[in-house]
Write a protein that binds this ligand. Sequence first.
Ligand SMILES: [Zn+2]
Length: 470
Amino acid sequence: MRLSALLAASLLLLAISVEALAASEVRGVRLWRAPDNTRLVFDLSGPVQHNLFILSSPDRIVVDIQGASLATAFDQLNLANTPITSVRSAQRSAQELRLVLDLSAAVTPKSFTLAPNQQYGNRLVIDLFDADEASTAVASQPAIPVKQSVIQVEPPVPVLPSLPASGRRDVVIAIDAGHGGEDPGALGPKGAREKHVVLAIAKELQRQLNAEKGFRAELVRTGDYFIPLRRRTEIARKKGADLFVSIHADAAPRASAFGASVYALSDRGATSETARWLANSENQSDLIGGTGNVSLDDKDPMLAGVLLDLSMTASMSSSLNVGQKVLSNMGRVTPLHKKRVEQAGFMVLKSPDIPSILVETGFISNPNESGKLATKSHQQALARSITGGIRQFFQQNPPPGTYLASQRESGKTPQGPREHVVSSGESLSMIAVRYRISLASLRSANSLRSDTVKVGQVLNIPATTLAATP
Ligand SMILES: [Zn+2]
C-alpha cells in the first residue's frame, strides 16, 4: 500500500518531467545561404538542449534535440546552392528528436540556441561553414620531398587593389546593407522589410558609384543572409575600404515619424555605453553568431551594434565631413529627420582608420515613406544623392595614390576650399597645426571672432602657399 503510493507518486513525477522535457516543438525551419556558409534556424515553442556530431562517408551531421518533438516538415526547404542534400528526422523517444543533415561536402558546423526576442521565440541555430578553399588547395598540393632542414615559408601574397589604366588606384567604398537573413530589421506597415529595401538601395548605390571614374564600390552583404556586425567592418577592411557606408531604414513607435538621417560616432560617453553593451551581451543570450544583435534598450539593436562597430574604426572628422555632404545631398531628394549629422554617445575605442557613416534612408514604419522606399525611382534618387555626397568628399579629400588625388594635383577637379568638421576635443589651434596653416588664416577664412569652436561646426581650410607650389 505504502510502496504502491510511493510508486504512483514517482511515476507521476516521471510523467511530469517527461512532459516538461518533451514540451517543446520544432515548429518551423528557415535556411539562409551566405557566400561561405549556410545557416539553418529551427523555430521552437520552448527551450531545448541539443547535441551535434559529425559523421563521415557519407558526410552528414546529426543533431539530437532533447525535450522536443517535430511539428513541421522539411520538404519545402530550398536546399539549392547549399551543401545539404536532405534533412531527415526521427523521433527516437518521446524526449528525443534526431535530425540528420545529409551533405554533399564536408563542412565545419557550429550550433547554439537563442532565447526569445521581439521577433522570434526560442531558436536552435546551426551554421555550416564551407570547407576553406585556401586550406583545401594547400592540402591537395602534391607532397614535395624536403631536402633541407630549413623550410622557407613564403609570405602570403597580399591582395592588391585593382589599378585603373592611369596606374592610380580607385577610392574603395564598402557599402553595408544592414541586417539580412533571419534578422529582417525594421518592418513596414504593409510587410516591407528593412533588409530587402536596404539591399536594393545598396546595390543601386554600388552600380552608381562604379559608374564614377576613380571609384570602386564593394558590397559587404550580397544577398539575404546574416553577417555578424564585427564581421561587417572586417569585410570592409579586407576590401581596402576608404569609406564604410551602412545603409538602414528607421522604425519608430510613432507612425508619423519621417525623414532621412546620417549617423557618425561621437567620441564622448563611449566607455559607459560600451560597458552597458558588454553587460547586456553577458546578460542576454540574444546573440547571433556570437556577436551582434544585442538589444540596447530602446535603440534599434542592430543600429546600436553597428554604431559600436563604427566607434572602433571611425575617423571622426572625416566621418562627420562626408556624413554632412551625404546628408545635404539627401535633403534634395527626401525630407530630413535632422539637418545635422547625428552622433551617438559611443566612445572611439581605438585609433580610427576607416571613416564610417550610417545612413538611415527614411522611416519604413511610416506608411508614406515605406511606400516610397520600395520604389525603384526613389531608391535611385537616394543612391544618386549619397553618391553625390561621397564624390564631393573624396574630390576634396582624395586619399594619396588615388586617381582622384592625381586629378586634384593636376588641377582637374574643382579645387574649392577644403572643409573640416570639428569633432569633440579639437581646438582651433589644433586644427591649424593639423593643416599646417596659421591660426590667423584659419580665423579669417572662417570670419571667426573668437577661437571657440563647436562640435559639428564646419570650417573652411584655406589652401596653403606650400600646397600651391608644384
Ligand atoms: Zn537597421
